[in-house]
Design a protein around this ligand. Sequence first.
Ligand code: UD1
Length: 358
Amino acid sequence: MTARPLHVVGARPNFMKAAPVVAASARLGLDPMLVHTGQHYDRRMSEIFFDQLGLPEPDLNLGVGSGSHATQTAALMSALERTMLDAKPSQVVVYGDVNSTMAAALVAAKLLVPVAHVEAGLRSFDRTMPEEINRVVTDRVADMLFAPSDDAVAHLRNEGVEERRIHLVGNSMIDTLVRFRDRLDPNGTRRALGLPDRWGVVTLHRPGNVDDPARATAIVASLAQLASRLALVVPLHPRGRDLLAGAGLLDTPGIAVVDPLGYVDFMSLMAGAALVVTDSGGIQEETSILGIPCLTVRPNTERPITVTAGTNRLVEPAEIASAAAEALAAAWSPAAIALWDGAAGERIAAILAAISSP
Ligand code: UD1
């Protein structure tokens, strides 16, 4: 019987990590099944990525939607349990650190279905981040842990994960960037958004930044300072829009706030940018490979390799404008990180296939 891994995705950052693994699994004859939990549901947060990345239509969309952490996680778990009981997958493959990831891992583990975690071992050691809880819990119950980098492997070893379960495979999100790199069109996107020749990109959506009025106000004030020297474009995540708007983001000269962009437009915008200011996890990695300076508005990162590689710097809100001035005055080139080479999906699928075969 053909092994039938069930890949679970739910939120925007899952899609670019899963696409290369699902495609490589199909090439190896694994007959993958794809379930979308519906954690993200707006077209610009979800469907556009399926279209652009060539992800197959999900076999099922559970339509779970938004809610408090407990409400959303409970709804995810109930729906995923029914799905797994029906589908009887050979393995469940989960991605990253969103609530859908942890919910799927817990359900599968309790149904005794082997769990594979893509992007295992990342740690910010900051339990105030919901994603850190999701990472720790998912890795604790996973049977196969696909680590993107050496630091992630070291964390798993320190936590006592058996060596045979840990696989250093690289970064499947970077596979997607490598695949699309030649198709990026920074100038076309710049013209479409009416930007000048030189611009910076800003993304903000972390609860730690956008749910706290004092911090959101401090960030907007620093961005206003920076915008007097560099045009900024902010593709804004729906979370926190009201609070950031209240802090004046939409009315600041030099800052263009736009709706969330699809993968190709967003990566095009970033590939041509002089600078990126963000609180995203994945963007810290993508800027490293693109060779764009990245200021991460967070006290810590689960991706310290992007800091040691040189392109990423952690900043407090008040430091944004001065750190940006330093970054803009320096020369930048892409970082070389072992196994972030466009072939992580192939490596993961090969391991899934080897474990699935009798
Ligand atoms: C989730 C992930 C986060 C990831 C982010 C990427 C968790 C705990 N968080 O955060 O790690 O970086 O996705 O985008 O899983 N909303 C919409 N439309 C949508 C989806 C969400 O309007 O399609 C709004 C709703 O108001 C919702 C809020 O965004 O309540 C938060 O959505 P949720 O899925 O809970 O978390 P994110 O902040 O998107």
